[in-house]
Design a protein around this ligand. Structure first.
Ligand SMILES: *[C@@H]1O[C@H](CO)[C@@H](O)[C@H](O)[C@H]1NC(C)=O
Length: 362
């Protein structure tokens, strides 16, 4: 082979590679994330709050083995979804690295400790409540327009996948935070659930107004089964009935509200994720999923390692993959992997009205 032919072939390969990678970058779908600690990828690192995951051993299994602000031993739920759709991970909106063309990847606006209601998580002080997350989403859209033009910015937002994870804190960090709370004096549990759903509906309607067209909405997990609640309220490790019942009142109301909203919009914009059942699968039969326990947190102290925070001084399990819960409230990376599998390909009892594979096809 002559050397000029070799150079020509090499050049052609470079050109082909350049064209395909540019295409992929342009074709990749943007991803926007809103909500609480289950999906915060580090916004709280930039805020004056006590709700943070920026010190060891958080991040111990992350590629850098360093804390990032994710409430996980490694990747969190948004990371695993990004990986499945072939996108780079979304940066926290408050990160100074989120500039220029990186805006096209999307952004994460979530903030640990928040809820549907503004009074949820008041004890964490300076966190981004939903109305603030939306104000930042508007600011993001203005910055994206300045970068790529208004028409392209609009199509990026309309074409994006959106994840909304909200509601758990309205129970564990509000209504049930203390034996008697302002909200529990005001409402019975069913009344409170209806109130939450009416406020949640406004939040989702606002998200649609802001341009979201494909939105995953996770219901609350089995709040009574997290190690924190087992430590405080469970006698022998059985899931706490009051919290389980509250989640089982809230979640069907959420599915119904999403059905109503979609039919009002004339399109399946919102998809309800049955996070309760997805978590219960590995909580009720941990061994089937390769976990040694679903009751004891990997990182923590006290009963079930469920008391206080996960810090350098806590007990830490040697192998995070064998624990369903990383800390007193948050699943381990491996447990999240089972949830993500169900989000993409789960049947209609897990994903209503369709799973994420189907949502991404339309
Ligand atoms: C939360 O506060 C914002 C700003 O004050 C307000 O617009 C919004 O309606 C409040 N939400 C609820 C549920 O009270």
């Amino acid at each position: 082979m002559s050397s000029s032919r070799v150079i020509l072939i090499a050049l052609t390969m470079v050109v082909v590679t350049l064209v395909t990678t540019t295409k992929r970058a342009e074709g990749a779908r943007a991803f926007f994330v809103f909500g609480d600690s289950l999906v915060d990828s580090g916004n709280n690192n930039y805020l004056p709050t006590t709700a943070r995951a920026d010190s060891p051993p958080y991040g111990i299994d992350y590629p850098t083995h360093r804390p990032t602000g994710r409430f996980s031993n490694g990747f969190n739920l948004p990371d695993l979804i990004s990986q499945h759709i072939g996108s780079q991970p979304t940066l926290p909106y408050l990160s100074p690295e989120l500039t220029g063309q990186r805006l096209l990847i999307g952004a994460n606006f979530a903030s640990a400790g928040i809820g549907i209601l503004n009074d949820t998580g008041f004890q964490f002080v300076g966190i981004l409540r939903m109305f603030q997350q939306f104000a930042l989403f508007q600011q993001y859209q203005a910055r994206l327009s300045a970068e790529v033009g208004e028409a392209r910015a609009k199509s990026v937002v309309n074409g994006a996948l959106v994840l909304m994870t909200l509601g758990g804190n309205d129970f564990v960090n509000n209504y049930f935070l203390t034996p008697v709370s302002a909200r529990s004096r005001q409402f019975t549990v069913p009344q409170y659930c209806r109130y939450l759903i009416s406020e949640y509906r406004k939040i989702l309607a606002r998200l649609y107004e802001l341009g979201a067209r494909r939105v995953l909405v996770t219901g609350t997990g089995p709040l009574g089964c997290v190690p924190a609640e087992l430590a405080m309220r469970s006698r022998n490790g059985e899931c706490v009935p009051e919290l389980q019942q509250a989640a089982q009142i809230f979640n069907p109301l959420l599915v119904q509200m999403i059905r109503d909203l979609n039919s009002q919009l004339g399109s399946d914009v919102f998809v309800a994720v049955n996070a309760f059942q997805m978590n219960m699968n590995f909580i009720t039969d941990p061994q089937r999923f390769g976990f040694v326990t679903s009751k004891i947190a990997c990182c923590g102290q006290g009963r079930f390692n469920g008391l206080g925070l996960c810090t350098v001084a806590s007990n830490l399990c040697p192998n995070r993959d064998t624990y369903a819960f990383w800390d007193p409230f948050h699943p381990s990376e491996r447990a999240l992997g089972f949830i993500v599998r169900d989000i993409f390909s789960g049947t209609s009892d897990m994903m209503t009205p369709m799973n994420l594979n189907s949502l991404l096809l339309q």
